[in-house]
Design a binder for this molecule. Structure first.
Ligand code: ATP
Ligand code: MG
Length: 415
């Protein structure tokens, strides 16, 4: 069966109730954005689902729909006339296509008659189409309760849509429906997965990566760009901010207790990220932190890192086991990128024995030795912005016409 349309179903609606139209509007916009590489494809709201006219495009466009958060399933479908004979023939065709790929033993036809112009009840149509499928494929058996194959027909004002599969979507909420956040993206396995989980809960994300290219070379930034590119397959637009962190690290190395280096790096990253987030109107930071994975992730050290963030810090992977994170990284297409070797800035000047449990007063004493604001301002002034769409190569954009260093930070929200 050649399909020319797709039925797109959604699941959970954010915050329920009254904001349903907003949710659906956002989902429709995100679907349209996902289809941009396929001109001519269109998205139409049907009651209870979306109809996508594929405009002659095929599987790749359908695959893009299955990466839109909020979508629970997608059925490639064929549009036929609202006429019983055409409908039955299309059901037989759909079953034949399905059986060519998979040796199903049981099936049923499921008709959803939202448009009542076609003669016969849903059950009558299901019986007639089922009988026609059986006549063509006599080895099949009908199972109304647990069929291996469901041939579906959705009857609408716009036509009858016949399908034989439901490809799972990622679920979650449409990106952008819950606000904006800034992801601290490293080249590791965890932070891209944390970002994916935040996108899944409806946050529109941009990412910040701190690099020390003068010490580590450019491989780390290139790797993070690849990760941002991978995440852009799941998001309407994905911007990556590259921030120079070498000067901060040098300052810390010169003046501080080596055991505190990693923790001080982290706290500075969070401070700078908060300033960036305020410039970019983001309401929270997201990190890939996990409880107990490495020395900087004891409860004490996680608390000291969070304390440096004046914005809420969300840690979607906090309680994940590494195996769970790796499984998800593989599923979303970031694992292979994350395991490529590249020197992270945090490995620069790594002390032999990092502090496992930092002390707030000691940290404050270490930090009193610097002008933290000046260091943050330098890092922000040196930022480079890359924008990614649809998993394609990124594009560098110029800093907006804004005097960054002088821009007054947006005041913190009222508690
Ligand atoms: P990841 O696999 O994401 O690197 P991790 O388990 O290796 O995480 P760390 O390297 O200690 O843990 O980093 C903890 C978190 O701090 C990261 O998940 C990320 O959110 C943030 N982070 C670390 N390094 C950087 C960096 N260079 N730029 C931006 N964020 C960073
Ligand atoms: Mg790491």
């Amino acid at each position: 069966m050649i399909f020319d349309a797709a039925l797109v179903r959604w699941g959970e609606i954010g915050l329920k109730g009254g904001n349903r139209p907003e949710f659906l509007d956002r989902l429709a916009r995100n679907l349209r954005h996902a289809l941009q590489p396929w001109p001519g494809a269109e998205v139409i709201a049907l009651g209870g689902r979306f109809l996508v006219g594929l405009g002659g495009h095929g599987s790749d466009a359908v695959a893009a729909l299955t990466r839109v958060f909020g979508v629970t399933s997608v059925s490639p479908a064929r549009r036929v006339a609202l006429d019983p004979a055409a409908l039955i023939a299309a059901c037989v065709d759909a079953a034949t296509t399905a059986l060519a790929a998979t040796a199903h033993r049981t099936f049923r036809v499921k008709v959803n008659r939202a448009d009542k112009r076609i003669a016969g009840t849903s059950i009558e149509l299901e019986r007639a189409a089922g009988a026609a499928v059986l006549a063509r494929h006599p080895a099949l058996k009908v199972s109304l309760e647990h069929p291996e194959l469901v041939v579906g027909a959705d009857l609408r004002e716009e036509g009858a849509f016949v399908y034989h599969e439901r490809r799972p979507g990622p679920g979650g909420l449409p990106v952008g429906s819950l606000g904006r956040a800034l992801l601290l993206l490293s080249g590791g396995i965890d932070s891209p997965v944390a970002g994916w989980l935040a996108l899944k809960r409806g946050l529109r994300l941009e990412a910040a990566f701190f690099h020390a290219a003068e010490f580590t070379g450019h491989a780390a930034a290139e790797k993070v760009k690849e990760l941002a590119r991978a995440l852009s397959r799941w998001s309407p637009r994905f911007a990556l901010h590259l921030l120079p962190f070498g000067p901060v690290q040098l300052a810390i190395k010169e003046r501080c207790d080596p055991g505190y280096r990693t923790l001080l790096y982290r706290r500075m990253m969070h401070r700078i990220a908060v300033r960036l987030a305020r410039l970019e109107r983001q309401q929270a930071l997201i990190s890939g932190d996990n409880l107990g994975q490495v020395a900087s992730q004891t409860l004490e050290n996680l608390a000291l890192t969070a304390a440096a963030s004046e914005l809420p810090l969300l840690r979607p992977l906090l309680t994940y086991d590494k195996e769970e994170t790796i499984a998800l990284a593989k599923r979303i297409g970031t694992f292979e990128l994350s395991i490529r070797p590249a020197l992270d800035c945090c490995t620069v000047f790594q002390p032999p024995r990092p502090r496992i449990r930092g002390d707030a007063e000691e940290i404050a004493a270490e930090e009193s030795q610097f002008d933290l604001e000046a260091l943050a301002t330098t890092a922000l002034a040196g930022r480079e912005i890359w924008v990614f769409h649809h998993g394609q190569e990124g594009r560098r954009i110029e800093l907006r016409d804004r005097e960054l260093t002088a821009a007054p930070p947006v005041p913190p929200a009222e508690a």
